[in-house]
Design a protein around this ligand. Structure first.
Ligand code: ADP
Ligand code: MG
Length: 361
């Protein structure tokens, strides 16, 4: 069926967690794991989709796509067409077959990979010529409005704008981005992603509560966002808001420090900042959990230079910066610690900063 094939990668966030809704900075990079879609235009105004990762075929008219419809996984690709059309772009029908995928629900952003591969396919097949930032915006709208999942723009920016050998500095205050050199292998290092394979149920409610606390803190201080504040500026906040705001302010500062070190070619020196990020997320922001804390502690015990939870928290994955000659030791130490604690066996993979979305054929 194929008129072409497009791929978009998953991502992991190196640092800058829970600051995207506070005008902060984050630093994701693209993974080698990617989602591949085959796509072909149709002239009857219909959208069809199937995926090796899900059962059944979805088939509906473009006009039937909207908030909540179609339900389920097809909302992600269909939502992209809806968002492009809502922005006035002449997108017609499309057949989509998803043949390869970023692991689903592992915190590696399979949802954005799927959206971004479809957005690139639609852009090519309908000759839209849109900048990638516009495609990313359509993907965010698809996820927020059609699927109904509240996500910022980090995942889509990483999938569409990342380049190999770099992390993507994303300034969520104005959406601007910059490529920051990040090639761990060249420094004798690797990033390990430790997927705890747990997701605690309080995650969604707690996300909303943290977001509300950060907005309340900004309102109490009379500022539009916490960006640009120092810890000293927070002293008059109520005791329940102070640690939440302190995480945001210190985390944004840590991203700046990491970027400065990477720009200076001092990659191994970022380890302590990863550790500090984890402590802040655990103690001030209270979004970690036993499995993530154990993954981080065991990684360090095995010889990691630094480690932190990544993503929303309450489960999901941790990242660790590991000397290549300690990879086996770290992996073994983490596995042994999980077994001893009676946790599920984690999935551990290395993550090499990889290229963003592109057409394959
Ligand atoms: P994450 O983005 O961290 O992997 P999400 O919950 O945001 O987790 O997105 C996962 C959902 O995205 C899946 O449950 C599924 O609905 C959809 N999805 C992602 N990749 C695919 C795929 N290859 N085929 C079908 N659906 C997919
Ligand atoms: Mg997602």
């Amino acid at each position: 069926m194929t008129a072409g094939r497009w791929a978009a990668p998953g991502r992991v966030n190196l640092i800058g967690e829970h600051v995207d809704y506070a005008g902060g900075l984050c630093l994701p990079f693209a993974l080698a794991e990617r989602t591949v879609v085959e796509a072909r235009p149709r002239d009857d105004g219909r959208f069809t989709a199937r995926s090796t990762a899900e059962t059944g075929t979805v088939d509906l008219a473009l006009d039937e796509i909207g908030p909540g419809a179609p339900a389920g996984w097809a909302g992600y690709p269909a939502g992209v067409l809806w968002a492009l059309r809502a922005a006035g772009h002449p997108v017609g029908g499309l057949d989509v077959v998803v043949t390869d995928t970023v692991p689903l629900g592992a915190g590696l952003s399979s949802s954005a990979a799927l959206e971004c591969a479809v957005a690139l396919a639609a852009d090519d097949l309908y000759g839209l010529g849109l900048p990638r930032t516009a495609l990313a915006a359509a993907c965010v709208r698809a996820e927020n409005e059609v699927v109904g999942a509240q996500t910022g723009g980090m995942d889509q920016a990483a999938a569409l704008l990342a380049t190999a050998g770099h992390a993507l500095l994303l300034d969520t205050r104005d959406g601007s981005t910059r490529q920051v050199p990040f090639a761990p292998a060249d420094a004798g290092l690797a990033v390990l992603v430790i997927d705890t394979r747990v997701r605690h149920h309080l995650a969604d409610g707690q996300y909303g509560a943290r977001r509300a606390a950060v907005e309340k803190a900004a309102a109490a201080l009379g500022v539009p966002s916490l960006r640009g504040l120092d810890v000293a500026d927070l002293r008059d906040l109520d005791a329940d808001l102070l640690p939440r705001a302190r995480h945001v302010v210190t985390e944004i500062a840590r991203v700046g420090e990491v970027v400065a070190l990477l720009d200076a070619g001092r990659l191994p020196a970022i380890g302590p900042l990863l550790d500090a990020s984890h402590a802040s997320l655990r103690d001030d922001y209270a979004v970690s959990c036993a499995e993530l804390d154990l993954a981080v502690a065991a990684a360090r015990e095995g010889g990691a230079l630094g480690a932190r939870m990544t993503g929303g928290g309450f489960g999901g994955s941790a990242v660790a910066l590991v000397p290549l000659d300690r990879l086996d030791a770290v992996t073994r130490t983490v596995r042994a610690a999980f077994a001893a604690a009676g946790h599920r066996e984690p999935t551990i993979r290395t993550a090499e900063p990889s290229e963003g979305a592109r057409r394959l054929s």
